[in-house]
Design a protein around this ligand. Sequence first.
Ligand code: SAH
Ligand code: SF4
Ligand code: F3S
Length: 456
Amino acid sequence: MSEKSAVKSEIMRILGKTDRFAYVHSFGCQLNVSDGEKIKGILAELGYDFTSDERKADIIILNTCAVRESAEERVFGIVGSMKKLKEEKPSLIIGLAGCMTAQKHIAEKIRKSYPQVDFVMGTSAINSLPSLLLECLRGRKFSCDIGEYDDFSENVAQIRESTFKASVPIMFGCNNFCTYCIVPYVRGRERSRSPHDIYSEVESLVKDGYKEIMLLGQNVNSYGKDLGGAVDFPELLRMLNKIDGDFIIRFMSSHPKDATHDLIDAIFECDKVAKHLHLPVQSGSNTVLERMNRRYTIEKYLETVDYIRRKSPDFSLTTDIIVGFPNETDEEFNATADLIKRVKYDNIYSFIYSRRTGTKASEMEDITPESTKSERMRRLLETQREISTENYKRFVGRKMRVLADGVSKKHGGFLTGKSDEFIIVEFEGESSLIGQFVDVEITDSMNWAVLGRLIK
Ligand code: SAH
Ligand code: SF4
Ligand code: F3S
């Protein structure tokens, strides 16, 4: 018997035949959610069922995010409140996984100050879950595995959150070291999965009826460089586009320094690839971009935008922006406000800069008051609202293909979904349509979504 199956049978022997419930919650980005689906897959193999009620759980795993301080504080708050659960049920096992735990100082803080936590598992240690669990079941007080492995968990069966939208990581880690960002420290260097493994996974997801395939990586544009470059990202898109079936391919994120004309050409060539690009700019100012180590200029960024817009004037673009990077001046911030007016994004995801221990920017002195940063954020969001309102009018009167993905929280009897351009579309319809592509004629627009009528 292999060591892996010996661990598995020992766990199943200790757990016995009674029902066991697991509560797994993932914070942060879709990559983390995808890891959470693998964690669930491993637990299911060990005989666990799942619950959304923490009080019913025999094991709780919080799959954490470290990108901003607020994300970490939230987890510490939740872990703090779990002390009571543990007192009520001493056999409860609490584990922390994900990006927060991959930082030594955090793993140490958890060990010292949160005795209710039984184990800590780093981002690339998912395959160690059975052995960590076994140590807990045998009564060990605290187990920790934050080692770095090159194992992609290729053979882990996933328990997916959705029956029609699937995330497919194509690469892990990041080599870019933007000065504000913790990700390279908690996710390690870039490792690409083989094109063959990705192709087979997408092919079988499509066969299983999945309608949206989201390819994930911190910088998908550097996909394949570590494999010798035989298949680069545009080539991967072209390969996946050949898979038969009715589905849409999305991807995230694309670093502007590596967004080539070939990438854009591939988006336009491939009928299954969404006509939307998320191109995180972070700042509209070259001096800030330099302090961020982003390695492109606004001129180069706009050249890419213009190349896209020449092919399709109203192509949908979205971006990420950091407001209040250390010592951002009014002039530098105004450059960001000007940029969003120039590019006319359909949506922006903006964040106030958060200091991350261990990053280069955390050593930069910062005299900009928090109140100034909040005021800049408010102005930016207001500007974007005006832009979105204006932009979304272009869809009125058009027919859009929409993947219905849920019931609208704002409009009774309405469904909500995403168009190919990644625009939220709300329309009246039966919930049996959820998970299907439908055609919607757009009748009205707002600043966050468009409204429409289902075309029978
Ligand atoms: N790899 C992706 C980004 C992953 S993190 C990329 O390069 O686009 C997602 C977003 O979080 C980033 O684009 C950035 O806008 C934001 N972010 C990252 N670190 C941050 C920090 N320290 N403070 C505030 N926002 C941050
Ligand atoms: Fe972070 Fe930059 Fe890597 Fe994105 S590209 S994960 S922002 S270091
Ligand atoms: Fe994602 Fe947060 Fe980690 S954004 S990669 S879960 S730090």
